[in-house]
Every structure is written in C-alpha cells, then in structure tokens.
Design a protein around this ligand. Structure first.
Ligand code: SF4
Ligand code: SF4
Length: 182
C-alpha cells in the first residue's frame, strides 16, 4: 500500500514484474482502522506523487496490504488500479472479492471489460459460497450470476455479519438485502 521507495518485488506474494509504481489509489479507497481513515477519502498521510509520508511508521494494515493487481497474476492489464479506477481485495472471512470503486468514477465497474469479468468471477465463486461485492461510495452491490443486488449502505465500522444483523436477520447480508429489495 503506497510503497514509496519499495523494490520491484516488494513481497513474496506479489506478481513478479509488477509494482505500485506511482499508484496510491488504495490510500484513497481503503479504510485503515488503525488511523481511523474511512473508505473513499484520501489518507491525510498520502502524497499523491511520492506516496506515504509516514512510510517507516505506517500502520500494520498498510504494511501487509497488496491489492489484487499486485497478487493475482491472471488479472489482465486493464485491472491495473490507475487504469481501472478500482482496487480489488479479498475478504477472506466471508470469501468476498471486494471491488473498491473510485468515487470519481462511480460507474467504472459497470463498464466493459470490467463488468463481464465481475460476472465471470461471480459465476465461478457463487456456487462455492463466495461473493463478488462492489463498494460504490457508501453503497454495496452484490454481483450475482443472474443479476445484481443493491444491498444498501455499509458503514466503515461494519462487516458483513453486522450488516446482516442491522437488516434484521441472521441469515446474512445478501439474503437480507434480497428481502428488502424485492
Ligand atoms: S492499489 Fe495496488 S498497485 Fe496501487 S498502491 Fe495500492 S497496492 Fe499498490
Ligand atoms: S498511512 Fe500511508 S500507506 Fe497507509 S493509507 Fe495512509 S498514506 Fe497509505
């Protein structure tokens, strides 16, 4: 995350030949709880040209985070965050592929070739209990093989279980969202 001065292969998990290389988009789109940074606003420690201004003391969450572009070799070049205006991450607890969309390009996920990719990933993940989720501003959409579900808003301090409870069900946020959107 905003790896100012980082070597080309910044982590064993990153794809060889890829680097953050001038990108700081995750420092805008991702929430960082340790410093109370909300989603979708620039971190106050981010210099868009040189990267993190507190690089040596940045939070643990920033130290360990690399986006999908940096870790998934099979992603096409269109998924480079500065091109896509989206950052991909994997929410392991719920097996969600989360698409964080730049508020400056809120419909980026609906454009091609991105939307077809999201649908293909949904067809692959949904039968196995996974989800493709899109964060567009404060709204959350579930991309399903047969349609998209507007799940409403999710606060920075919530996770999927919290969201399901707030919707009045323990069945899960997607099921609850289907209930309120039908
Ligand atoms: S969005 Fe990805 S490529 Fe861009 S700075 Fe963050 S980890 Fe690096
Ligand atoms: S602390 Fe540094 S690495 Fe973390 S979000 Fe802010 S600018 Fe990015």
């Amino acid at each position: 995350m905003s790896v100012a001065g980082a070597p080309e292969s910044a982590s064993p998990e990153t794809v060889a030949g890829r680097s953050c290389d001038g990108c700081t988009l995750c420092c805008k789109l991702m929430a960082v709880r340790e410093i109370n940074k909300p989603r979708a606003v620039w971190c106050t420690h981010c210099d868009k040209k040189s990267g993190c201004t507190i690089y040596d003391t940045r939070p643990f969450g920033c130290r360990v985070f690399y986006c999908g572009w940096m870790t998934a070799a099979d992603l096409g070049p269109h998924w480079k965050p500065l091109t896509a205006r989206m950052v991909l991450s994997h929410h392991t607890a719920h097996n969600w592929l989360v698409v964080h969309v730049d508020p400056g390009r809120p419909d980026a996920w609906r454009a091609e070739p991105y939307y077809s990719d999201l649908k293909a990933w949904s067809r692959h993940m949904t039968p196995k209990g996974g989800r493709v989720m899109v964060w567009q501003g404060d709204r959350v959409f579930a991309v399903l093989p047969d349609g998209d579900v507007n799940m409403g808003t999710m606060r920075d301090d919530e996770d999927a279980t919290d969201m399901g409870r707030r919707r009045g069900t323990d069945a899960g946020p997607l099921e609850a969202a289907k209930g309120i959107s039908s």
